[in-house]
Design a protein around this ligand. Structure first.
Ligand code: PEP
Ligand code: MG
Length: 541
């Protein structure tokens, strides 16, 4: 079995190839006394100017607006007057040019890290600036991208915008970083470039150069030592070629296979029956002002147009915590994951939710897609009822909620009295049920979706749905694991939504088991003492 490293899925898609690590950044030499401060200030400024001009050139040459905008902002940092004044002061206090730049940027970095959230995610940009200016001042080359002479998976502590912008997609198949977050510029640019990426993968640097890895950017996993093309995938490909996209067990029990997407581009080539999770917040992650209704309706219409006649579940903005949106600041929260996020943001900013629902309804009117809408982070029956009423008032007939908070799972039956469907978000449900930050590599054992307690929560939802004949899907990344998908089907889940690349293998796994076998697998997993036993019991079914 390949070893699996966990991180945070930052840009969906899968790729397999040999891994190579980005070179180390330049090291500062031992400090020496400054004899001519004026000359030393000039040296620092010359390095900063050269770096600013270089990054500005890359911004001008960028072929997409996101990259251009991010690089232009970084060039602006290199030319920042306060930064320059600070560097001059540090030189006059006795630091040589490279040391002065490193010290001043370290101060700025500490401020960003202390601010947390989106600002902390920008620390990597400052690190890159420091490395570039230090390298230039010392006359050293910048850390170069590996050049093994064939396509590869790039491994690094983090990547700077300027690095990501330069990646040649014919050479770099995927990216894995040990640092970073969902909103770091590495992640944002990787998504813009459609590059499968896993960030915050604590053990990334243990991967030796040349080791074959499979990166699953949707599930946030890196399989080390695997070529990952199972016979199941080949069988599924054959079925897909015949144009049959329906998921079903060997005896024909339907389990819809849907796609998790952040925009229309991710549907290209997807063999999905529909969209089970449209993460709308990803469309607007750069916006400083709230997107207008027209702007939103146009973006939603693109996705609906790509899915004529098919089901598309639009999730209203899931901002806050690990997905901060500049136009929806949550203030200084001591514990953002337990604070204002998802539907809770509507408490103070009801107009943003209202505008979004109106925009979804407007786009839905002009298409043939079967548009449904759901809210993230719903906790109580009252929240579900309020959301349902708001959507129906706007003309959206099919309304559901995500089950990501254990309280909602426990009350699944009552929630299904007020909405039409449930979609279980196992990523957050694990986080909240096990009191373990979903980004934590150290707590990966608690976040393992095979934890029997998580399965019990999913079972509560599925049983509530079966009792009243309403759909209960799973849209957390766990649905992308073929063996786990068999268990979910056995628990009574009616649809599975996942990163599009994972659908063929899940389709093949379902097709290989009867519903009875799926139910047996589910019972064995539920009865297991721990995740390893649950997994082992199922792979023997
Ligand atoms: C989840 O929490 O499982 C989910 C699908 O939502 P997200 O990953 O976008 O928080
Ligand atoms: Mg979630």
């Amino acid at each position: 079995m390949p070893e699996v490293l966990r991180g945070l899925g930052a840009s969906s898609g899968t790729a397999t190839g040999p891994a190579y690590r980005l070179g180390d950044p330049p090291r500062l030499p031992a400090p020496r006394p400054v004899t001519d401060p004026d000359r030393e200030v000039d040296r620092a400024y010359a390095a900063m100017d050269a770096v600013r001009d270089d990054i500005a050139r890359r911004a001008a040459a960028a072929d997409d607006p996101t990259t251009a905008e991010i690089l232009a902002a970084q060039a602006g940092m290199a030319g920042d007057r306060t930064l320059r004044a600070g560097v001059a002061e540090a030189v006059r206090a006795g630091h040589e040019a490279p040391h002065a730049v490193a010290a001043v940027l370290a101060g700025h970095r500490a401020v960003l890290i202390a601010a947390g959230g989106l600002l902390a995610a920008r620390a990597a940009d400052l690190d890159d600036l420091r490395d570039r200016v230090v390298a230039y001042a010392l006359g050293l080359p910048m850390p170069a991208l590996p050049a093994p002479g064939h396509p590869y998976v790039l491994v690094a502590v983090d990547l700077a915008p300027a690095d990501v912008a330069l990646l040649d997609p014919r050479q770099v198949l995927a990216v894995v970083t040990s640092a970073g977050s969902f909103v770091s510029h590495t992640a944002i640019l990787a998504r813009a470039r459609g590059l499968p990426t896993v960030v915050a993968c604590g053990e990334a640097l243990t991967i030796g150069d040349g080791t074959v890895v499979t990166v699953d950017g949707g599930a946030g996993r890196v399989m080390v030592g695997s070529a990952a093309t199972a016979p199941e995938q080949r069988a599924a490909a054959a079925r897909e070629e015949s144009g049959d996209l329906r998921g079903r067990t060997a005896d024909g029990h339907p389990v819809a296979l849907l796609a998790n997407i952040g925009g229309a581009a991710e549907l290209a080539g997807a063999h999905a029956e529909g969209v089970g999770l449209f993460r709308t917040e990803l469309l607007f992650q750069h916006h400083v002002d709230p997107p207008t209704g027209e702007e939103q309706a146009a973006a939603y219409a693109q996705v609906f147009a790509a899915m004529p006649g098919r089901r598309v579940v639009v999730r209203t903005l899931d901002a806050g915590s690990d997905k901060p949106l500049p136009f929806l600041p949550t203030g200084d929260e001591p514990n953002p994951a337990l604070g204002l996020r998802g539907l809770r943001l509507a408490r103070g900013r009801a107009e943003i939710l209202r505008t979004q629902i109106t925009a979804i309804a407007a786009a839905a009117r002009d298409c043939t897609a079967r548009v449904e809408v759901m809210a993230p982070m719903v906790t109580t029956v009252a929240e579900a009822a309020q959301f349902g009423a708001l959507c129906r008032e706007a003309g959206l007939a099919t309304v559901g909620v995500m089950v990501e908070v254990p309280a909602a799972a426990v009350r699944a039956a009552a929630i299904l009295d007020v909405v039409d469907f449930l979609s279980v978000g196992t990523n957050d449900l694990s986080q909240y049920a096990f009191a373990a930050d979903r980004r934590s590599g150290e707590l990966a054992d608690l976040l393992d979706p095979w934890q029997p307690a998580l399965l019990s929560l999913v079972e509560l939802c599925a049983t509530a749905g079966t009792a009243v004949g309403r759909p209960v899907g799973v849209c957390g990344e766990a649905a992308a694991d073929p063996a786990f998908a068999v268990v979910l089907a056995g628990l009574g889940v009616t649809s599975l939504s996942m990163t599009p690349a994972a659908i063929p293998a899940v389709r093949a796994a379902l097709a290989a088991h009867t519903l009875r076998e799926c139910r047996e697998a589910a019972q064995k997993a539920l009865a297991a003492a721990d995740p390893a036993a649950a997994r082992a019991a199922v792979t023997r079914v």
